[in-house]
Design a protein around this ligand. Sequence first.
Ligand code: UDP
Length: 270
Amino acid sequence: MLRETTLNNPETPEGERIPRAPDRDSPGRDRIRILDRPVNVLNMEQAVARVRRAWGKGKVCQVVTANVEMLHTSLQDQELARILEEAELVTADGAGVLLAARMGGSSLPERVAGFDLMLACLQEAAREGVPVFFLGARPQVLQEALLKISQRFPGLTIAGSHHGYFQDKQGEAIVNQIRVRKPRLLFVALGSPRQEKWIYEYLDRLPPCVAIGVGGSLDVLAGKARRAPAWMQRAGLEWFYRLLQEPSRLRRMSVIPLFLLKVLWRRLSP
Ligand code: UDP
């Protein structure tokens, strides 16, 4: 399948960097701002519908599942800020984003966590025959996750996969592999913000697909990491469960109250 952008511009040779997809689904229309960073106002069903619409368009685009740590990082990291701005969709990955939205005077309907979005999209991809590529995680974890995925979604076409432990200079070769396999849905699980930057860097060289950063989701699928019980997720305590599992995340997570205080400060400032 040719990229539509290539069809529109027949003189653009294969592999050459082409202008970033100009027709995103009107970003801004359904976004709120939290400390100037955009988050789409969507529930899970609407997010999946947007992803399906995007893969149906035959263009390449990026979906970011943002938690508070990522939003906080983007206050200092201009590249990440640009990625959020240009993404087709930014979903609220964690309960902290919902809380931050409320503290800032707006609201978001519900969490659209990367893991849940991935499962919901895989379900649709299996139903519609949309091929999927997975990039990320340790080789063994990736294999185990792929096995679980093919058991859970028997009709799914897994176009290809690559583990996430490669050097930056291998990025080009991996993109070429993805181009050959022509997925329409690409999950990148390299951890944040590396996965967001990786997708953004190669966006114009990827085949027409929806590229979604999903953090540690493959570890969860492979059974190497556990998600919080449903009641903890509902109570907005998944972050606490993760902290208990991985105490080394404490430093990373310490920005969460800081970010919330900044939101409150902005709201109360005249
Ligand atoms: N990872 C990877 N390559 C790397 C570093 C990490 O593929 O060079 C994977 C890692 O194996 C894990 C995921 O990226 O599957 C990161 O998971 P984490 O839960 O830390 O995601 P985050 O919370 O940073 O989004």
